[in-house]
Design a protein around this ligand. Structure first.
Ligand code: IPM
Ligand code: MN
Length: 349
């Protein structure tokens, strides 16, 4: 803890609903982990979200985006509010950050943890590598003949070779560090154009890296995730399929409240962004009931990405230990139990 203290600048975007409640717990634990492991965090408070938008008419200014680009990491709560039309904050803040910071991998681990009531078969321990800047999320398409009987809406999935390849290369690297098994999830029997590109690139990368590549259609992948999840280790898939199957993985491992994600710039040419998979949950905001574990596990992913793997492992270990003891009944009780457990891991070291 002495000597050159490592220091990181992290933007904290609490966002809407339960976002501020859960990220406050995670932020305090990150500070505590820093004290225990010899680094410190300078938090840059960025109150973006529905209130900022309703007050200023602005979702994310170029100036704030520029400041965010200079940080070491971004820690986001949740965006979305019933008082703002759907899509405004999601596209204007979350997706804009993913796209403009080129966070091309959305990393979503899912595993069954002791003490958590899970559904489905009990051998689920996988990581979904979701492409995060292209596909149906790219915003290509439009509406013509609006309001007429011939109104036509199109939504095009954009898949570039470069975009597909960099995502698959990241997944392949991760698979090599885990079990060596990579599964491509797509729908090549129907989406023959995008599917062909994904499959050819995945075959090429896997052959080059000496990796075993499995392929699974997305519908079958949903079935196997429930009935036989042990067949998966690292899954790589496109943006929309990844969005959908990671909610399923979350449900199978105890719910969205426990699920973590990292929007990564794997090349580390700029910050990556970490956020729990859950949304702003306006129905329980302010009740003190929100479960901060998804945010805490996202913070652990952030510490790992920043190059603090021991602190990351201890934070995840603290969450595991509290879950194994049955968890806690309120956000505050979670915060206290997690802090005590994290302090204990220092003693146990
Ligand atoms: C997620 C969310 C977002 C997505 C929404 C809020 C835009 O569902 O992070 O999974 O679709 O990516
Ligand atoms: Mn989602």
């Amino acid at each position: 803890m002495e000597g050159n203290v490592r220091s990181y600048l992290i933007a904290h975007l609490p966002g809407d609903g339960i976002g501020p409640e859960v990220t406050a717990v995670a932020r305090d634990l990150v500070d505590q982990a820093g004290k225990q492991h010899g680094f410190s965090i300078e938090w840059l408070h960025c109150p973006l979200g529905s209130q900022h938008y309703l007050r200023t008419g602005e979702v994310l200014s170029d100036e704030i985006l520029n400041d965010l680009g200079k940080t070491d990491a971004i820690f986001l709560g949740a965006v979305g509010s019933p008082s703002v039309p759907p899509g405004v904050l999601e596209r204007g803040l979350l997706l804009r950050l993913r796209f403009e910071l080129d966070l091309y991998v959305n990393l979503r681990p899912a595993k069954q943890r002791a003490g958590v009531d899970a559904v489905g078969a009990d051998n689920l321990d996988l990581v979904v590598v979701r492409e995060n800047t292209e596909g149906l999320y790219a915003g290509a398409g439009g509406i013509v003949h609006r309001g007429t009987a011939f109104e036509t809406a199109t939504e095009e999935s954009l898949n570039t070779r470069a975009g597909v390849e960099r995502c698959i290369r990241y997944a392949a690297g991760l698979a090599k560090r885990r079990s060596g098994k990579l599964t491509l999830v797509h729908k090549t029997n129907v989406l023959v154009h995008a599917g062909s590109l994904w499959k050819r690139v995945a075959d090429q990368v896997a052959a080059e890296q000496g990796l075993q590549l499995d392929y699974c259609h997305v519908d079958a992948a949903c079935l196997y995730m429930v009935s036989d999840p042990g067949r998966f280790d690292v899954i790589v898939t496109d943006n929309l399929f990844g969005d959908i199957i990671t909610d399923l993985a979350a449900a199978l491992t105890g719910g969205l409240g426990l699920s973590a994600s990292g929007n990564l710039n794997p090349d580390k040419t700029g910050p990556s962004m970490f956020e729990p998979v859950h949304g702003s949950a306006p129905d329980i905001a302010g009740t003190g009931k929100a479960n901060p574990v998804g945010a805490v596990l996202s913070a652990a992913l952030m510490l790992d990405h920043l190059g603090e793997p021991k602190a990351a492992a201890e934070l995840e270990g603290a969450a595991d230990a509290v879950l194994a003891k049955g968890g806690a009944a309120s956000t505050q009780a979670w915060a206290e139990a997690l802090a005590a457990q994290l302090a204990h891991s220092e003693v146990a070291r």
